[in-house]
Ligand binder design. Structure first.
Ligand code: SF4
Length: 213
């Protein structure tokens, strides 16, 4: 059994898949407490559901792109089986993970979007850097940047782990804390031409705190 917070059909708001219709499976629980978290409702709320029943439910959307997200999906060990079953069924599977739990046993067909938590998240010490060794070229590392200190730290981490040779790199702002234009200016000034800047699209399409979109 999995503890599910919500299953819904919307448009992918982030990553290189931004703009594509996508079914979201949000799992309950998170082992982190980021300063800017916008999904605190997923920390505890949820209902039990078997993997078979999840697969039945998402079929009705007739959409091939599925994202497993949270909270932190990897807190529940059965999430690995869920992703494997989704891949076996022929879905294009994305995983959003906060980057503090191991990714090495995830089915290789799954595209991983891995956060590395910046200083202002207050969760930086939880980053599991061994995960970088298990990233595939199609995976994506995401930095959510709220301050200049976060930005400088991010550049150091990219250099230290040679991330620009390993996978896609996404830069986002902490919504309401850092102006997007500021981050874009820094990227251009430093000519970080391997970075993909992104906005959390759903915060602009709907009210910023709207759930289930
Ligand atoms: S990892 Fe995600 S869900 Fe968990 S506290 Fe951080 S932002 Fe919230």
């Amino acid at each position: 059994m999995l503890k599910i917070n919500e299953i819904y059909y919307s448009v992918q708001g982030e990553s290189t898949f931004a703009g594509r219709p996508c079914v979201f499976i949000r799992l309950t629980f998170c082992n982190l407490r980021c300063s800017y978290c916008d999904t605190e409702y997923a920390f505890y709320e949820g209902y039990d559901k078997s993997i078979d029943s999840v697969l039945d439910e998402i079929k009705k959307y007739n959409c091939n792109l599925v994202e497993v997200t949270g909270g932190e999906p990897l807190v529940q060990k059965e999430s690995l089986e869920l992703m494997k079953r989704l891949a076996e069924e022929g879905y294009e599977v994305l995983l959003e993970t906060g980057g503090s739990l191991p990714i090495k046993d995830i089915d290789k067909r799954v595209r991983i979007i891995l956060d590395l938590k910046c200083p202002s998240s207050k969760m930086m010490k939880k980053n599991l850097y061994e995960n970088i060794d298990h990233l595939k070229p199609v995976d994506e590392v995401k930095f959510v940047i709220g301050t200049r200190e976060d930005y400088e730290w991010t550049k150091e981490i990219i250099n230290k782990y040679e991330l620009s040779n390993k996978c896609e790199i996404l830069f986002s702002v902490v919504f309401g804390k850092l102006e997007p234009v500021q981050l874009v200016n820094w990227i251009i000034e430093d000519n970080l031409n391997f970075v993909r800047f992104q906005l959390q699209m759903h915060k602009f399409i709907w009210e910023p705190d709207k759930k289930g979109v």
